[in-house]
Design a protein around this ligand. Structure first.
Ligand code: HEM
Length: 94
C-alpha cells in the first residue's frame, strides 16, 4: 500500500483504481500478494531501523535520480546509490 503525501491510499493489488499493478489483476493475479507486501515491508523496516541513510555528495532527496526504463517491468535507469550508517550497537550487526 502506497500512502502519498496527501494521505490518500492507493490499493496496489485490488480495489477500484488499479493505479499500481505490482501483483497483476484478475483471475491470475498473485495469490501471494499479502505475504509479498508483508515481506517487502519487513525488509524495508529492517533497513530503516538498522541504518541511517544519506545520499552521496550531499544530494537532497528530491535530487535523487528516479528515472525508470519502460518495459515489461520498470527498473530504475541507473542504480540507487545510498550511504548506510549503522545506528544500533555494534554487536547487533555481527
Ligand atoms: C513482492 C512479492 C511478489 C510480487 C511482486 C509478485 C508478483 C506476481 C505477479 C505480477 C503475478 C502474476 C503473473 C502473471 O500475470 O501471470 C504473480 C503470480 C503468482 N504469484 Fe506472486 N508475487 C510476489 C510474491 C508472491 C508470494 C510470496 C507467493 C507465494 C507464497 C506468490 C505466488 C504466486 C503464484 C502461485 C502466482 C501464479 C498465480 C496464477 O497464475 O494463478 N507470489 N505474482
Amino acid at each position: 500500500m502506497k500512502v502519498p503525501s496527501n494521505g490518500a491510499r492507493v490499493e496496489i493489488s485490488h480495489g477500484l483504481d488499479f493505479k499500481i499493478l505490482s501483483f497483476s489483476a484478475g483471475k491470475r493475479k498473485c495469490p501471494g500478494a499479502p505475504l509479498g507486501v508483508t515481506l517487502v515491508l519487513m525488509a524495508l523496516a529492517r533497513l530503516f531501523h538498522c541504518f541511517n541513510w544519506a545520499s552521496p555528495k550531499g544530494l537532497n532527496p528530491h535530487e535523487v535520480d528516479t528515472r525508470e526504463v519502460y518495459g515489461m517491468t520498470m527498473p530504475k535507469a541507473g542504480p540507487l546509490i545510498a550511504i548506510a550508517r549503522p545506528r544500533l550497537p555494534k554487536h547487533l550487526y555481527e
